[in-house]
Write a protein that binds this ligand. Structure first.
Ligand code: SF4
Length: 395
């Protein structure tokens, strides 16, 4: 979501004569788009903002925009503590970003007919389809900083997809709970089917689905549309039904496993997010998570130590000792590495559809990496027989 938001903000900045650079000394403006999902992310953003005071003082006219979720959470406190920030634009105000720039006397719109050069790899075009989240997971700050879920009208989404498809073979639909999309009865599955009808779109992905919104019509639309990638990043968070209940995740471990079984029948590979050391997680609960991980056979997982976010119910519960959490995390990471190697090796002997992102490498529909010594056209799709894998890449 943040990458997509950054891209949108950049497009608006292009209208004020800016071009993108990754080199700080060349820059006249730094845009910091922040995350607040974990304490660590917020600290890093703030410490970067702190260090930029020196950069700003070195040349007159340099500007700083501090945007996104940490900006939303901290609000005016940021400008008070870091006067070098010229504009603070919270996540809920990103829709009004162009007006905020116009209102500020710091920026003057320019008339430009030239499109600034894009540095992207031109493989995946990201399209936001909804904003915010109406789930209230007990540990999560997102609903507080992004607001309630609201879906973008399908005609706007499809127009954006058509535009992106001119440059990108793969479309990634984005939303905090992307499959909760519903615009006046126009469901996520209907939207997926419509995106697949765009001739230039070769592959469709989406992030992040919530298990509770996976319904029968989703399986049906997948079967009817081979363009939908056979990979789902489906956050699990815990394999213990008791902890899931404490987290207010709205599904049980058994229900999650059933979804995985349904998806595997359709040849899906599944990756996930897992939180280790949730304050109510016992050793028994953690073992349940390990067991479920083994049963699900994830191709990949982001595993996080629980990070209390002030203002959320979970932050009120005393934390588990860090030593225990660290230990559990290491055990889980080892398990995930093994699962991932198994997922790679399970594809040997199968024909995979590879979308090439470089001349020599690309991703399968199931989101595994493939490498070849025979150069291919970037952005092309080919059916390739997998001969080997070292557990980290297909060949
Ligand atoms: S569904 Fe995701 S974004 Fe929404 S509250 Fe839960 S963890 Fe946060």
């Amino acid at each position: 979501m943040n990458e997509a938001d950054s891209e949108e903000m950049l497009l608006h900045l292009f209208g004020f004569g800016y071009q993108k650079t990754e080199v700080l000394s060349e820059a006249d403006l730094v845009l910091i788009n922040t995350c607040t999902i974990r304490d660590h992310a917020e600290h890093r953003a703030l410490s970067y903002l702190g260090r930029l005071a020196k950069w700003k003082a070195e040349k007159q006219g340099r500007k700083i925009i501090f945007a996104g979720c940490a900006a939303e959470r901290l609000g005016k406190k940021v400008q008070k503590r870091f006067p070098q920030a010229d504009i603070v634009c919270g996540a809920k105000s990103l829709d009004k970003f162009p007006e905020i720039l116009e209102r500020s006397s710091l920026f003057k719109p320019v008339n430009t007919t030239e499109n600034p050069k894009e540095n992207t790899k031109k493989i995946t075009g990201q399209v936001s389809i909804m904003r915010g989240c109406s789930c209230k997971c007990a540990y999560c700050i997102v609903p507080y900083v992004r607001g309630e879920a609201s879906s973008i009208p399908p005609e706007i989404v499809l127009e954006n997809c058509r535009n992106k498809a001119q440059n990108y073979p793969e479309i990634m639909l984005l939303g905090q709970t992307v499959n909760a999309y519903n615009y006046k009865g126009f469901t996520f599955s209907k939207l997926l089917a419509e995106v697949c009808k765009i001739p230039e779109v070769k592959r469709v992905r989406f992030l992040s689905p919530h298990p509770v919104f996976i319904k029968e019509d989703f399986y049906k639309v997948v079967q009817d549309n081979p363009k939908i990638a056979r990979h789902l990043h489906l956050p699990l968070q815990s394999g213990s039904t008791k902890v899931l209940k404490d987290m207010k995740r709205l599904y049980t471990a058994e229900e999650y496993l059933q979804i995985i079984k349904n998806l595997k029948r359709l040849d899906f590979l599944i990756s996930t997010d897992i939180i280790v050391g949730y304050p109510t997680e016992t050793e028994e609960d953690f073992k349940r998570t390990l067991n479920l991980v083994k049963k699900c056979g994830f191709s990949f997982a982001y595993c996080f130590k629980f990070s209390p976010r002030a203002g959320t119910p979970a932050a009120e519960i005393p934390e588990i000792s860090q030593e225990i959490v660290e230990n559990r995390l290491n055990i889980l990471l080892n398990e995930i590495r093994e699962c991932s190697a198994v997922a790679y090796k399970s594809r040997i002997g199968k024909t995979e559809e590879i979308l090439f992102e470089t001349k020599n490498s690309g991703r399968t529909s199931g989101n595994l990496w493939y490498r070849t010594t025979t150069p291919k056209a970037i952005g092309s799709i080919e059916q390739i027989l997998i001969k080997d894998s070292n557990g980290k890449i297909l060949r």
